[in-house]
Ligand binder design. Structure first.
Ligand code: G3H
Ligand code: 13P
Ligand code: ZN
Length: 311
């Protein structure tokens, strides 16, 4: 099976009231952990590559690793550019075999965002590739850009129809209070999302797939393990899983997860070295890291996203 777009995945997810996991990938062990989990659960997958991941691991290596995962699993996998910030980057990923790109013009004015997004959509659709746009701005850390809570802004539901119609995007990322990174809410703060905005967006765009970025739950067990074995992370609070389940039953068809993968991997490696301080073979410490990613993704697929058995 070749790489697929997310079109059919989203149609089924919308109708079935579940979401597809979009997991960020940066190397072979991460790709293996995620895809082995999805294979065991027969789940569709979106693997996404940020520009930072592309700089780190190289475009061709990542594409070939994902192609290897398709051969090994036989699963429908969509390869997606996460947070593309220029037409040129999107074009390069489209020309280089990706089946989906995000153009993130959320930091531009409404008109400039529409102009840039429409240009990417035109090129992508001419090449059989789907596009995710973004309206509203999430807080948190993305690549080297740190968006403060003051600069973040919720999506205005009154703008979504016009944005989708004028750009032709296939899915839309919205800001309802999630944020990137491990520090989403202050310790002691009660996590809250604007489900009223999601509901209103859903009414204005019936049947249209919505995307939730910044959706890691920052699983406490990983932070505790990291700190138990020599780490020094401040208290970190993520998105409660019941909120993600609720979003998946609504119009959200794609849920982005990166920070939880990073925490799972780091927790396993810290624990390994604390218990085996004399070891130095990378296979020895990357194996438990990969196993931890696999366990995390199985949990997300079955207990949060609800996309097990949907491939
Ligand atoms: O939204 C951002 C993703 O977590 C990717 O992070 O740009 O550091 O690879 P990155
Ligand atoms: P997290 O930092 O919550 O994992 O979000 C990842 C993301 O939105 C990637 O685009
Ligand atoms: Zn994101």
């Amino acid at each position: 099976m070749p790489l697929v777009t997310s079109k059919e995945m989203f149609e089924k997810a919308y109708a079935g009231g579940y979401a597809i996991g979009a997991f960020n990938v940066n190397n072979m062990e991460i790709i293996q952990g995620i895809t082995e989990a999805a294979k065991e659960l027969n789940a569709p997958l979106i693997l996404q590559v940020s520009s930072g991941a592309r700089k780190y691991a190289n475009h061709t290596y990542l594409v070939k690793l994902v192609e290897a995962a398709i051969i090994e699993t036989g699963l429908p996998i969509c390869l997606h550019l996460d947070h593309g910030d220029t037409f040129e980057l999107c074009k390069s990923c489209i020309d280089g075999g990706f089946t989906s790109v995000m153009i993130d013009g959320s930091h531009y004015s409404f008109e400039d965002n529409i102009e840039l997004t429409a240009k990417v959509v035109k090129y992508a659709h001419d090449h059989g590739v789907v596009v995710e746009g973004e309206l509203g701005r999430l807080a948190g850390i993305e690549d080297a850009v740190n968006v403060s809570a003051e600069d973040a802004s919720y999506t205005n539901p009154a703008q979504v129809q016009e944005f989708v119609e004028r750009t032709g995007v296939d899915s839309l990322a919205i800001a309802i209070g999630t944020s990137h990174g491990a520090y989403k809410f202050k310790p002691g703060q009660k996590p809250q999302l604007r489900f009223d905005i999601l509901e209103e967006v859903g009414k204005r765009l019936p049947g249209f797939p919505i995307v939730l970025h910044g959706a890691s739950s920052v699983i406490p067990e990983y932070v505790e393990t990291i700190n138990k074995y020599g780490g020094n992370m401040p208290d970190a609070v993520g998105i409660p899983e019941d909120m993600l389940r609720k979003a998946a039953r609504m119009a959200v068809c794609k849920i982005n997860i990166d920070s939880d993968l990073r925490l799972a991997m780091t927790a396993a490696i810290r624990k390994y070295f604390a218990e085996n301080p004399a070891h130095f073979d990378p296979r020895q410490y990357l194996r438990p890291a990969r196993d931890n990613i696999k366990a995390l993704v199985k949990h997300k697929i079955t207990d949060v996203l609800g996309c097990d058995g949907k491939a």
